[in-house]
Design a protein around this ligand. Structure first.
Ligand code: NAI
Ligand SMILES: N[C@@H](CC=O)C(=O)O
Ligand code: NA
Length: 428
């Protein structure tokens, strides 16, 4: 057995406390798997007297995170503080001081990943972050390693547990948005500021990481088109149900004619689609590639313990690499692909309209679609007279053409109101 490898854990919240627990509970197995014991050398916290979900000797706790990572004897650093600063400075200092780093910080990776990769290259150390996308689900390592010989063309996923939990509750139990969010926070799924979940920032960060790894290029969170679920109403959810569909917040990364698009938005998907049955805080990611075809990765996407599982998996790998004097796969961004604007991506729309119930209305609505070159897949009328509603589902078209159609509909005299607009994905 080799001498112990010293690990510093930065942050002891939902994820950090579970990382510490697993390090304590599984120390013998981890030592056997790695070939050296993992010694918990210190845990950086914001407040020494805060309540914690794990018991720790006082001498391991410090509020001086930078002092911990630069003290000179730390081999491995786990960053589970979150946010941009001080997480970035701490990771850079850890790498400069010779430690390999495991992080769950998708916000930082999606904003400034290349800086971290370059620092890891310069230091000759590992930077691993499986927990950053879809929690416990192994998805980044399959993209970085298992599929490295294939050509990935599309990644479609539910990658935010909090919003999936909220939408699922709204659909199945009729729960209100605020109650469902509060429950997700209590269960440790939500980000410190849940706006990151609700407004799609968290999923957009994950989409940027997925697109970068899948298509060997650099995509940042700012490159990802983003809509959250705060505008999704109970009426949208009910309307989806009437159509035999469910509403999900999707991350969609595509490669088309050598260019990349990445977007996050709510969409209706048919109840028969495998993603429709992803419940609660579970996540699922579909990967389509030229040689393998379709692959699906499914599992718990949020929560302290599942996320800690992914962190520990990375920790074992970087510890083994350290002992072997080697490194794992680094950044692969050789392709430097063009980014397609949202308007040029191809999707379908579900549009619900309050209309006057009289002759010529249907033809006028159909013309509004035809004027933009958008073909209609189905039209359904509900109600009569003052209660008449039209529900139109388009065939695939560019988002720009579909958005222009909706703008036009909003300005038509016969349209009293456009009551629901949602993209439709996963329909045959
Ligand atoms: N909770 C989840 O389900 C998942 C979280 N993540 C990521 O893991 C990271 C941690 O998330 P959570 O544990 O949920 O957050 P959290 O808010 O529960 O824990 C973060 C902890 O860091 C502490 N902290 C803040 N500044 C600090 C500093 N300067 N020094 C020492 N400690 C400091 C806070 O007091 C808090 O206890 C984030 O990057 C998050 O995006 C990733 C996947 C899933
Ligand atoms: N807040 C995130 C946590 C995991 O990444 C989520 O809800 O998915
Ligand atoms: Na993961």
């Amino acid at each position: 057995m080799n001498s112990p490898l010293k690990v510093a854990v930065l942050g002891c919240g939902s994820v950090g406390s579970q990382v510490v627990r697993l390090l304590q509970e599984q120390s013998d197995d981890l030592a056997a798997r790695i070939g050296a014991p993992i010694e918990l050398a210190g845990v950086a916290v914001r407040r020494l007297d805060a309540p914690r979900e794990v018991e720790l000797p006082d001498e391991l706790l410090t509020t001086d995170a930078i002092g911990l990572v630069t003290r000179g004897d730390i081999d491995l650093v786990v960053e589970v503080i979150g946010g941009i600063e001080p997480a970035r400075s701490l990771i850079l200092a850890a790498l400069e001081n010779g430690a390999s780093v495991v992080t769950a910080n998708k916000a930082l990776l999606a904003e400034d990943g290349p800086t971290l990769y370059e620092a890891a290259d310069k230091a000759g150390r590992d930077l691993y972050f499986e927990a950053a996308v879809a929690g416990a689900i192994p998805i980044l390592r399959p993209l970085r390693e298992s599929l490295a010989g294939d050509k990935v063309t599309r990644v479609l996923g539910i990658v935010n547990g909090t919003t999936n939990f909220i939408l699922d509750k709204m659909d199945t139990s009729g729960a209100g948005f605020a109650d469902a969010l509060s429950e997700a926070q209590d269960l440790g799924y939500a980000e410190a500021d849940p706006t990151a979940d609700v407004e799609g920032f968290d999923a957009a960060a994950k989409a940027a990481i997925l697109a970068s790894l899948a298509f060997h290029t650099r995509v940042t969170a700012a490159d990802v088109y983003r809509e959250g679920i705060s505008e999704v109403t109970a009426a949208d959810v009910a309307s989806a149900r009437d159509m035999g569909s469910v509403v999900k917040l999707l991350a969609i990364c595509e490669l088309r004619d050598g260019a990349v698009s990445a977007r996050v938005h709510p969409a209706m998907i048919p109840a028969s689609h495998p993603l429709a049955s992803v419940r609660g805080a579970y996540n699922a990611v579909f990967v389509e590639s030229e040689a393998a075809g379709q692959l699906m990765f499914y599992g718990p996407g949020a929560g302290g313990s599942p996320t800690a599982s992914a962190v520990l998996g990375d920790l074992v790998t970087v510890a083994r690499n350290k002992l072997a004097g080697t490194r794992g796969a680094g950044e692969s961004a050789y392709a430097a692909r063009e980014l397609l604007p949202m308007g040029e991506t191809v999707t379908s729309y579900h549009v619900q309209l309050d209309v006057d119930d009289r002759a010529g209305v249907l033809a006028a609505v159909a013309n509004a679609f035809a004027d933009q070159g958008v073909s209609i897949q189905t039209v359904r009328q509900e109600g009569r007279g003052a209660d008449a509603q039209l529900v139109v589902v388009s065939h695939p078209a560019t988002d720009a053409a579909l958005a222009a159609t909706v703008d036009h509909l909003r300005n038509m005299d016969i349209v009293r109101d456009v009551t629901s607009v949602m993209r439709v994905e996963g329909a045959e």
